[in-house]
Design a protein around this ligand. Structure first.
Ligand SMILES: Nc1nc2c(c(=O)[nH]1)N[C@H]1C(S)=C(S)[C@@H](COP(=O)(O)O)O[C@H]1N2
Ligand SMILES: [Mo]
Length: 322
């Protein structure tokens, strides 16, 4: 349930948060400016910077599916070390440029093998189920990781509302592709829109999170506002941001990174320390924001969620199906 409430945090703690929000407003303006002065593809830059709300809180309930005992990655690191190629290819680009993303009005279209095509408004989705806080490990294929207190509910709750046909075997996610809101004058080498996909049983697994926020607030634009998926046992690129469409299909969908480099990024992309990326080892990861002596950690099979998800892949060769 979304409650736009006054912050109940003591005023001593509000200042950093307010500064953070002001920074977002400033960056939105800066992002629009950059696009306006660049030539050519900068026509992409006509979007006005979206007005920035004061910290929009999400009322959350605790979840038994939260990962226990891990130090949370600071909010600043989560919001300034991003992969969101629609807003640039460098880690600090999304924080600088995603201010031009407009997150209202917003809806998710449901297509493909469903009894009836539907469109869900973001504000209805926010009310569908209580929003849970789920702390998950998050592992990027680039061998860095974070621990993030996401806010959302199981994707399965949304899929039930979509009423897919039993013959649907996969779900495909499509991210926003709007040149007006993604005003980058350079080419990330990606074929837009960004798409990702999951097998139906993966999508229905309770850990797979339809995500609206983090740290008790709505998602910052650079983290995939207003709605994304998070699949904690898979490499980060499976977690598509700023989703505008889901499609239920019979065959394994084509996905952005798999299309770009199939030998590097498989469809499954389960975190697997025993299957190295062709250009680097996956045995260890750098924990972003951790104290220096704790930064290098061994990578865990299924990112530490093996107990809960290994059974989905029984009998599969995970070295071949990477
Ligand atoms: N639409 C879209 N979704 C995306 C990406 C992207 O470039 N575009 N990058 C992916 C990758 S590689 C990662 S690691 C995560 C990063 O999420 P974060 O920036 O919130 O940590 O988003 C994933 N989802
Ligand atoms: Mo990633």
């Amino acid at each position: 349930m979304l409650i736009r409430q006054k912050s109940e945090i003591p005023s001593s703690e509000i200042t950093p948060k307010r500064e953070y929000m002001n920074r977002r407003a400033f960056m939105a303006a800066a992002g629009a400016g950059v696009a306006a002065v660049a030539g050519g593809r900068a026509l992409r830059g006509l979007a006005k910077a979206a007005p920035v709300d004061a910290a929009e809180q999400l009322a959350t309930v605790k979840s038994p599916l939260s990962t226990q005992g891990l130090a949370l990655t600071p909010l600043y690191d989560i919001t300034h070390y991003n992969n969101f190629y629609e807003f640039g290819v460098n880690k600090d680009d999304p924080a600088k440029h995603a201010g031009s993303l407009r997150t209202r009005p917003w809806s998710i279209k449901v297509e493909g093998m469903v009894s009836k095509k539907k469109t869900f408004d973001i504000d209805d989705l926010l009310k569908l189920r209580p929003i849970e806080e789920r702390v998950y490990r998050f592992r990027c294929v680039e061998a860095w990781s974070m621990v993030i207190p996401w806010a959302g509910y199981s994707l399965s709750e949304f899929i039930k509302q979509c009423d897919p046909l039993p013959s649907a075997k996969y779900i495909e996610f499509t991210s926003l592709d709007d040149p007006k809101q993604e005003p980058l004058p350079w080419d990330a080498g990606i074929q837009w829109p960004y798409t990702e996909g999951l097998r139906m049983d993966e999508a229905m697994h309770p850990l797979t999170l339809l995500t609206f926020g983090m740290y008790g607030e709505v998602l910052p634009n650079q983290d995939g506002a207003p709605v994304r998926v998070v699949v904690p046992w898979k490499y980060g690129f499976k977690s598509a941001k700023s989703i505008v469409k889901v499609k239920f299909v019979k065959d394994q969908p084509l996905t952005t990174w798999n299309l770009m480099a199939p030998n590097e990024y498989g469809f499954y992309s389960n975190v697997n320390p025993n299957h190295d990326h062709p250009r680097w080892s996956q045995k260890r990861e750098r924990v972003i924001g951790a104290p220096i002596w704790k930064q290098l950690q061994p990578t865990l099979m299924f990112n530490g969620y093996a107990d809960q998800v290994a059974s989905l892949y029984q009998g599969m060769n995970l070295d071949k199906n990477y």
